[in-house]
Design a protein around this ligand. Structure first.
Ligand code: PLP
Length: 264
């Protein structure tokens, strides 16, 4: 007798030629969770551990073909959205997802790499805000991304709390607001998890600044856990643990000190 079709995770995101972030991190994360990973490349970056040297955005109809091919054949349990590059790409993703039965979407609003490279054009922000955010089960911004989405400054814990509620008000089912950019001298990081039941504090050890691909990995680990059936808040806690474990074996594959994660 044939085994039932496994539930698959789909990443719609950018490629990192250096193998540390983006789609490469997503697929490694899915594999480490024993979830079959699908991918639709929304952008390709020429990238090493010192920065992004070029970006290519494939034609919108080719992105659409990749997403449609995945939905036409696989049982998709959850979708992760990462680097979407520009407004046309973001609109294509929204159109493609609207044409299908709803699945949980984890939206990592990738905007600027730690190296400083822009990964999203300004014009795409509105598409994220008005089309993708309201469809998302979970939004996973860091503080600079939350500031750009809301057009505000986040300076302290009180404004961080207000920002998590404001982002929830934009229509996401839940928000995991990553507080790593606040109180940078502290040994711990405060993340906020906001959903219809309120705002909860999730504190964890601070990751080193030189780690690359942690945001992508966190969002794809949540996506994998949703495919495995974990409720959203538990999936966020488990995914944070996964990023920390993967960092414990982190290594520097390039000429810089930048660490990538060991996806075990
Ligand atoms: N490259 C791609 C394709 C990404 O999706 C991301 C982040 O989401 C990055 C680079 C940046 O990674 P980091 O800021 O962790 O260095």
């Amino acid at each position: 007798m044939q085994a039932p079709r496994p539930v698959c995770a789909l990443a719609i995101a950018g490629s990192d030629s250096g193998g540390g972030a983006g789609i490469q991190a997503d697929l490694k994360t899915f594999a480490a969770h024993r979830v079959h990973g699908l991918s639709a490349l929304a952008a390709l970056t020429a990238q090493h551990t010192r920065g992004v040297t070029a970006v290519h955005v494939p034609p919108a109809d080719f992105l659409r073909a990749q997403i449609d091919a995945c939905f036409d054949d696989f049982a998709i349990g959850a979708v992760k959205l990462g680097m979407l590059a520009n407004a046309e790409t973001a609109n294509t993703v929204a159109d493609a997802l609207e044409a299908r039965a709803p699945v949980p979407i984890v939206l990592d609003p990738v905007m600027v790499a730690t190296s400083g490279a822009r990964l999203l054009e300004d014009a795409a922000l509105d598409v994220l805000r008005h089309r993708l955010l309201p469809k998302s089960a979970l939004l996973t911004p860091n503080l600079p991304e939350a500031e750009l989405l809301l057009g505000i400054r986040i300076r302290d814990r009180a404004s961080m709390r207000a920002a998590s509620s404001a982002l929830l008000g934009c229509g996401a089912g839940a928000v995991l607001l990553k507080g790593g950019h606040l109180e940078e001298d502290a040994d711990t990081v405060l993340d906020l998890y906001a959903d219809a039941d309120g705002v909860q504090e999730l504190t964890h050890r601070r990751l080193p600044h030189s780690a690359h691909g942690t945001g992508c990995t966190l969002a794809s680990a949540v996506t994998a856990q949703l495919c495995l059936g974990l409720p959203l808040r538990e999936a966020c806690v488990a995914a944070t643990g996964y990023v920390h474990r993967a960092l414990a074996g982190g290594y520097a594959p390039g000429r810089s000190e930048v660490l990538v994660l060991d996806h075990i």
